[in-house]
Design a protein. Structure first.
Length: 322
């Protein structure tokens, strides 16, 4: 079949690559315009554009998907179906109906849970034990279309949003190609409407959401640290400077002195240092502790928490927070 591909970030690249390995033909790739990135704000192409150009594919980067010109351009490709993976814009009805079989989407959650821009991050932040990918027939809503297939995936204890995204991107790619093969064979796909009463939202992540509150439970803090990867990264303050917390584990109360739990020790206080591991911070709840293992001080590169301690970054008694 002739396939139009819509996608922007690295998450979408495995699906594009699997399509190119399949019997189907990618007739054009639609991605977001190049955007400034990095400290130098250099104009940078999306990951999907780089992958598409490496394979000699036609790349379209419309500023808007709602113009007559863009609709007319897409119609030229005589597509049987469009595959959409993290494209980043809501497609209007005239685009959804341009391919003969409409648009199929890879969404990184078990719909109708976590509709929206950041399903992977919110699943981690909320402590879900499983997530998955949903292949759905797109409609004009935000992730509201009928479900064709769901593949569930376990979230492991040491997973963060980066590792889960990598896993789901591969899972979604394999599932989508299988479904396209089925569509080509049968000429149609079975789907099930979503139960909209069970829907939950996964709104766009904003930077201020990643500011850690050390009075939260240790579990909640660790989930936030894992969920706010790769952006904006969970952060706190140390001596007036921002300190990003990139890695953390739980810590048994038996591992530290009982003095760590005295009423005079406020949350956010460094209560112990483990050589070769990192430093322990008092969290909320009864005997809540967080073992910080990896950090990024303001204006510096990422490092182990052990190196940060050895460099004088924190010591027992240091108070983190505002």
């Amino acid at each position: 079949m002739n396939v139009l591909f819509f996608g922007t970030p690295q998450f979408a690249v495995p699906t594009l690559e699997r399509l190119l390995e399949s019997s189907h033909r990618v007739v054009a790739v639609v991605t977001q315009p190049d955007k400034p990135a990095g400290r130098g704000r250099k104009l940078t192409p999306p990951a999907v554009k780089d992958a598409a150009l490496a394979h000699g594919l036609t790349v379209l980067q419309p500023e808007s998907v709602r113009t007559d010109e863009f609709a007319a351009e897409l119609a030229k490709y005589n597509a049987d179906v469009a595959v959409v993976v993290a494209y980043g814009k809501i497609l209007p009805k005239r685009i959804l109906t341009t391919p003969r079989h409409g648009c199929l989407n890879v969404h990184a959650s078990i719909l109708p849970k976590y509709r929206g821009a950041a399903p992977i991050q919110w699943a981690l932040i909320n402590g879900e034990s499983t997530t998955g990918v949903t292949i759905m027939q797109m409609d004009e809503g935000m992730d509201t279309g009928p479900i064709i297939e769901i593949v569930e995936v376990e979230i492991l204890e040491d997973d963060d949003a980066i590792s889960v995204a990598a896993m789901l991107s591969l899972t979604g790619a394999a599932s989508m190609v299988d479904i396209l093969d089925r569509l080509e064979r049968d000429g149609r796909l079975e789907s099930t409407p979503q139960d909209h009463s069970q829907a939950s939202k996964a709104p766009l992540i904003k930077r201020d959401m990643a500011l850690l509150d050390w009075s939260d439970s240790a579990e909640k803090i660790i989930l936030a640290i894992r969920g706010f990867q790769p952006w904006p990264k969970a952060y706190t303050h140390n001596d007036g400077k921002e300190l990003k917390i990139l890695g953390a584990d739980g810590c048994s109360p038996d591992w530290v002195s009982t003095a760590a739990f005295e009423d005079a020790v406020p949350t956010g206080t460094v209560v112990d240092v483990f050589k070769g591991r990192g430093f322990v911070v008092r969290a909320g709840g009864e005997k809540g502790l967080v073992l910080v293992t990896r950090v990024q001080p303001e204006g510096r590169a990422e490092m182990t928490a052990d190196d940060f301690v050895n460099g004088g970054g924190v010591d027992i008694g240091t108070r983190l927070g505002t």
